[in-house]
Design a protein around this ligand. Sequence first.
Ligand code: CA
Length: 316
Amino acid sequence: MLRLFFPCLCLIASASVDGSEREKEDLPLHMRFKIFHVVNPTEVVTGASKAKFEERGPYTYRVSRDKRNVNNGGSYVDFELYREFEYVKELSCEGCEKTDSVRILNMPLIGAVAGALATLFNMLKLVASLALLAVASAQVDTHFCPDGWIVSDVGEEIECVLLGGLYEHVSKPDAEILCAAHGGWLVDMDEGHGGQKNRFIKELISEAVGQNGIGRPGNNYDDQWWIGATVDGPHGDHNWGHWTWDHNGNDVTWYDWMDGEPNDWQHEQGCLTFLKDQDLFGYGTYHWNDWGCDWTARYICESAPIPTNATLLRLY
Ligand SMILES: [Ca+2]
């Protein structure tokens, strides 16, 4: 009997990846493999018959990710991303073990073996050990943002953020055009790390604005920044209404309203901004305000980073 071990890439070719839980940061990511086991290897190798398959699985592995050596260089972030795979017996097929052996097709090898060795072996068993799936890969990813953009590294999401100028007060349609001209869209918080990103953006604009004029406490409606979300239909401070993120159309599921907002003043406030509530000295904090889409505010764009990655795949 000839026992051959295949690199795990052979198995990945017939694997399905279940990433449905990925958006929720604290939930585990699982990879689920179904493998087509060849039940008539002898006939296949000798060319007597086509392969007949039997589905085995799913074999489920929990994937844990660990970012190490994070280096934020201002216009780039690089880090080593380690992924480890742990077999989850309770989520795998009944009675299945990670040490199970299956026979799988490796077409180039089978062709070579059949041609060269068919006369020497009347039976060839190809064994790929699932234990080989216990691999860890290391990726070194570097994400660049164009000049003038700021790297947002929240959760597992790397994005680029661009603040419009402090003197650029534009309508929301104009803000959308400006962001599109920069290759982006109006900022949103729809990535599953909304609270973290919301805080990050508020820190950015607080830093950019600094102190407003002295002697004007309360909501400063001249100090607002567009957010890429829109409400559909009536709303108010008791019924906030149905808000969606503009870029992907998903529902807004959490809010950071300023006290007394959303008030839909004059029944024409269908868009969303950050609004500053400031003290007597012009310092303060930002929260959300519903605001007229044709009225003016500053703008914040976001875009995907430009990936330049070197991927190392280590097999243990
Ligand atoms: Ca309002």
